[in-house]
Design a protein around this ligand. Structure first.
Ligand SMILES: Nc1nc2c(c(=O)[nH]1)N[C@H]1C(S)=C(S)[C@@H](COP(=O)(O)O)O[C@H]1N2
Ligand SMILES: [Mo]
Length: 399
């Protein structure tokens, strides 16, 4: 009988009998010196070939390039820098930090210009936040095979930088200022409007990612990180902050990143990435190699704050069981979860459903389509099913 949570047997390692190990033979690598040199920058083991970003044929050209994080190969909540998802609208510029400047102007008492060294003189903070593209995934089929293809436009890092509110205090925001229009230095000059309320809350001007300087593809030498808001607003290669009394209604806020509703009206400024989760093990292209107890694993996140719980199901959502959340549970960061389940060789439909601190419950795709209509493209945070077949093969449960 399949079981989950408390009904599954306690999870213990399926160890080989020590007696079969032909008493602890000494392998070759224990009898010789290791590689002769230390290396200036570490790389993954040569035996690790699966944890690479998913590339998409035809989508590596500068105009519309993206690659996704291999969620199905990662553990925990932090994305390694080399595997952070990428989304570029005009390729990755090679910016010399000695020449790059950040300007803040408009409705401020003191317009200011900062070199990268000057930015580092502000008090620094190092919060952990996810960034997710609002097209992760789109409502439209075809649905991907792997967790990377289904939901790999989300990643999480510890960012170091200065709170935007600290810079704003320095510049002196005038009472009439209600928006900031942020502009990137790439060929796309990506430009988005951010409400002043958010800017004075938790927007970060970041120069480091997981301890090292930003990667070029993540916005080197400086980017915005707008916690919980659609990734498109986290302007990379940041060059300008224009303080204004109205939003810009830029291309990325009109032609793109809006959704046409069933009644013909358009949803503009759909900022928040709502509560979502995905099972990453077992997930598409994995294979359960044996019957018995397995540990289901996944990640959950919410642009509205902390995850409070995640329910998991192995029977297509007929019954649900609470998963264990991995500490620390942080606001607007990925939260790992796990739950043991029992597999006896029958077909399973595995899925997770997250709840955040506002009480919001992750919806099904059917509920989303009922609320948003069929023209929507962005902000699909629906429940993702995976099908385990009798032979153990795992495929996307959304046909
Ligand atoms: N200047 C600039 N900023 C940008 C973009 C861009 O093309 N140019 N892409 C945006 C989009 S659509 C997303 S989802 C995030 C992706 O950030 P990442 O590539 O670091 O994952 O950056 C945003 N910021
Ligand atoms: Mo995006």
């Amino acid at each position: 009988m399949a079981g989950i949570g408390a009904s599954a047997k306690a999870l213990t390692a399926q160890a080989s009998e020590a007696a079969q190990l032909e008493p602890l033979t000494i392998p070759e690598w224990t009898k010789s010196w290791g590689a002769p040199t230390a290396s200036p920058y570490g790389k993954p083991s040569e035996f690790e070939t699966l944890a690479i970003r998913n590339m998409y044929p035809g989508l590596t050209e500068p105009m519309s390039a993206y690659s996704t994080t291999p969620l199905q190969e990662l553990d925990g909540a932090i994305t390694p820098n080399g595997l952070f998802y990428e989304r570029h609208h005009a390729g990755v510029p090679a910016i010399d930090p000695e020449q790059h400047k950040l300007v803040i102007h408009g409705l401020v008492d003191r317009p200011l210009m900062f070199s990268m060294d000057e930015l580092r003189q502000f008090p620094s903070v190092s919060p952990i936040f996810f960034i997710e593209c609002s097209g992760n995934p789109s409502f439209l089929p075809p649905y991907g095979k792997t967790a990377a293809e289904v939901s790999g436009l989300v990643s999480c890092a510890q960012w170091t930088g200065v709170w935007l509110k600290t810079i704003l205090e320095h510049a002196g925001v005038q009472p009439s200022a209600t928006w900031i229009i942020a502009e990137g230095a790439d060929g796309a000059a990506m430009t988005r409007s951010i409400p002043m309320e958010k800017c004075l809350d938790d927007v970060l001007v970041a120069y480091s990612q997981n301890g090292e300087r930003l990667r070029p593809e993540q916005g080197y030498p400086v980017r915005l990180v707008i916690p919980g808001y659609e990734g498109n607003m986290s302007i990379k290669w940041l060059r300008r902050l224009h303080v204004t009394a109205q939003p810009g209604h830029t291309r990325e806020e009109t032609a793109k990143y809006t959704d046409l509703m069933a009644d013909g009206r358009s949803r503009e400024f759909s900022f928040v990435m709502e509560c979502k989760s995905i099972v990453t093990y077992p997930s598409g292209t994995h294979k359960l190699s044996r019957k018995g107890t397995h540990e289901m694993r996944g990640i959950a996140w919410s642009g509205n704050g902390k995850i409070t719980h995640v329910d998991v199901s192995i029977d297509g959502g007929n019954t649900w069981h609470e998963a264990v959340l991995q500490e620390p549970v942080m606001s607007k960061a990925l939260t790992a979860f796990r739950a043991p389940f029992e597999w006896d060789g029958e077909e399973l439909i595995i899925m997770s459903r997250a709840v955040d601190e506002t009480g919001y419950v992750q919806p099904t795709l059917e509920q989303m389509v009922a609320a948003r209509g069929k023209n929507s493209f962005y902000h699909n945070n629906s429940i993702q099913p995976w099908k385990v077949s009798a032979n153990g093969e795992v495929t996307n449960g959304r046909a």
